[in-house]
Design a protein around this ligand. Structure first.
Ligand SMILES: Cc1cc2nc3c(=O)[nH]c(=O)nc-3n(C[C@H](O)[C@H](O)[C@H](O)COP(=O)(O)O)c2cc1C
Length: 339
């Protein structure tokens, strides 16, 4: 009997397959389908700082000027994008998800500036969430803000959210740090119970006919997993925070790679959007098959087998690998690939 069970954020999970934050976790029926297919846990879509602030602003206006000013207040954030729901509906969604699912429910909060909106972390906890994922999707575009300020802000955010709640807090971040290893250590010390690697950066495209910048969301492919494998393999022997992979997990082999790099769980959105919730059951079946063929008895036994401490060639994670990779690509390789 192959044991797929794992622990993540203090939660006992039946397997390492988690549905990450997406429209699939926004709707109760879809959540039930994910659970029925064998998802070990779900991460709800994010509640955004901007949504909380918009509601606060509307309420302030209402209280200070009376009901007549309410429509005006509602247009205070005219550009607020359509994704997601307001704080009240979000808390209801957390409560409904908890009431209707047996599997752990991880809520998600997305923000970049420490402030009053963070008290919603506590409200989310009170609504029943088993854990909280803090997604810091911060694009540093100001030439006046240096790296130190940005990194300090990440740590302040984590400390403040941790101070609001007792449930475990995971931090989802992008890979764009000059010293990611240092940043991971700092977040670990700030109290992050887990790091979720990595946010995808949805680069906008140019529409040349309309002369407009357009949003561009493409689903991921397994190729994107390698960046995550690299960092999870490097960090997992070195930090206390647990590690989860999000981005590029599509096949049973991808799952095995993630676990062997040292991840506690792997998360999926693109694979489920493409193939439907039932794909989780298919993937779990293939995972068991793969483990049987390769004589692994449990997920715990595979974990970290290829991390930077255990790999037979740890130099493959470093500069030596860069030279080796470049050297391995000859003109012959190129002509073979053209055929
Ligand atoms: C349509 C869509 C909506 C998403 N919404 C959220 C969100 O609200 N919060 C969040 O942290 N991540 C969100 N994500 C990111 C996913 O949770 C996931 O991290 C990302 O898609 C990479 O994983 P994948 O390669 O399995 O798709 C969203 C992704 C998609 C495609």
């Amino acid at each position: 009997m192959i044991d797929l069970s794992t622990e993540y954020l203090g939660l006992k999970l039946a397997n390492p397959l988690v549905a990450s934050s997406s429209p699939l976790t926004k709707d109760l029926d879809s959540l039930k389908r994910l659970e029925a297919a064998g998802a070990a846990a779900v991460v709800l879509p994010s509640l955004f700082e901007e949504q909380i602030l918009a509601e606060q602003e509307a309420l302030d206006q209402f209280l200070s000027r009376g009901a007549d000013s309410f429509p005006e207040a509602q247009s205070y954030f005219p550009e607020l994008p359509a994704y997601g729901v307001g704080p009240k509906a979000y808390l209801e969604h957390v409560g409904q998800a908890k009431k209707n699912l047996q599997i752990p429910v991880i809520a998600s909060i997305n923000g970049v500036t420490p402030g009053s909106w963070m008290r919603y972390a506590r409200e989310i906890e009170q609504a029943g969430a088993d854990a909280l994922e803090l997604n810091v999707y911060f694009l540093a575009t100001s030439p006046d803000v240096d790296a130190q300020q940005i990194e300090d802000r990440y740590c302040a955010l984590v400390r403040e959210v941790k101070a609001q709640v007792r449930i475990p807090v995971a931090v989802k971040l992008a890979p764009y740090f000059t010293s990611l290893a240092n940043m991971a250590h700092r977040l670990d010390r700030a109290g992050a119970d887990a790091l979720v690697l990595f946010n995808r950066f949805y680069q906008p495209d140019f529409d040349l006919e309309a002369l407009e910048v357009t949003p561009n969301l493409t689903l991921s492919h397994s190729d994107e997993l390698r960046l995550r494998l690299h960092w999870v393999a490097l960090l997992s022997p070195r930090i206390r925070s647990e590690l989860a992979i999000t981005g590029g997990v599509h096949t049973a082999e991808d799952v095995v790679k993630g676990i062997m790099a040292g991840a506690k769980v792997v998360m999926m959105t693109s694979a489920l959007l493409r193939n439907g919730a039932s794909y989780i059951a298919e993937l779990a079946g293939r995972l068991v098959e793969w483990m049987g063929q390769h004589e692994y008895e449990s997920v715990d036994q595979m974990r970290g087998a290829l991390n930077a401490a255990a790999a037979a060639q740890p130099e493959m994670f470093s500069r030596a690998n860069y030279m080796k990779v470049l050297g391995s690509y000859t003109l012959e390789t190129a002509s073979l690939r053209r055929r």
